[in-house]
Design a protein around this ligand. Sequence first.
Ligand SMILES: O=C(O)[C@H](O)[C@@H](O)[C@H](O)[C@H](O)COP(=O)(O)O
Length: 237
Amino acid sequence: MRTVAAPDLDALCVELAAELIGIVRDRQSEGAVPCIVLTGGSGGAASLAALAAHPDRDAVDWSRVRFLWGDERWLPAGDPERNDRLADDTLFAAVGVDPSLVHRVGAAGGDLSLDEAAEEYARLVAGIDRIDVAINGVGPDGHVASLFPGRPEVELVGAEAPAAVAVRESPKPPPERVSLTLPTINRAHRVWLLAAGEGKRNAVGDVVAGRPTPAGLLSGTAETVLWADEAALGTAG
Ligand SMILES: O=C(O)[C@H](O)[C@@H](O)[C@H](O)[C@H](O)COP(=O)(O)O
């Protein structure tokens, strides 16, 4: 696992955005439509804002990028607390994306129940042959996406595991969510963990020590990168 450190979240996300833009450009130069899994929370918001503001942003044809979410809160479409709303208000407001390549999880109050939306997302994600980069914010308890320590969804790891699952009674509000499962995140070519702030120090320590928290169980097929600021790493001066 490679670790990238920076003084704070904003500086970290400038570096993350530069590296992501480079990867997307390389894949597009090969004629591919790269697939990126976005995350929620403060890390998701900061990484998306950094992409939207990056000087090399327009070197990417964002209309030829496929977007998924590692998890989504079960809220009405357009709700400000939804993770896809973070993208709408930042990167998607700054660049032209192709809505047919932006794969949003169903929304509460729509035609599908939570379980139906999870099943629909699982089918969609299972049909995507390559995930280039999966960005995962790390929670203070070591959760990633909506996979929380000790919860049954973390145990969905066999070949028969669905690509996505409904989550109820989430310890992090809101209580209902849809989450990718670990094997789906881990089939990404590159799995990135994003953690900033002293509150993530224990979770980051578990990852560095190789302890089997959900974050510690993430591993990309080609690489795994821990993006962490000095406070989360415990290296602040
Ligand atoms: O829906 C969510 O809340 C996120 O997807 C979740 O997995 C988040 O990435 C972590 O909880 C870290 O969030 P913070 O960066 O805000 O601590």
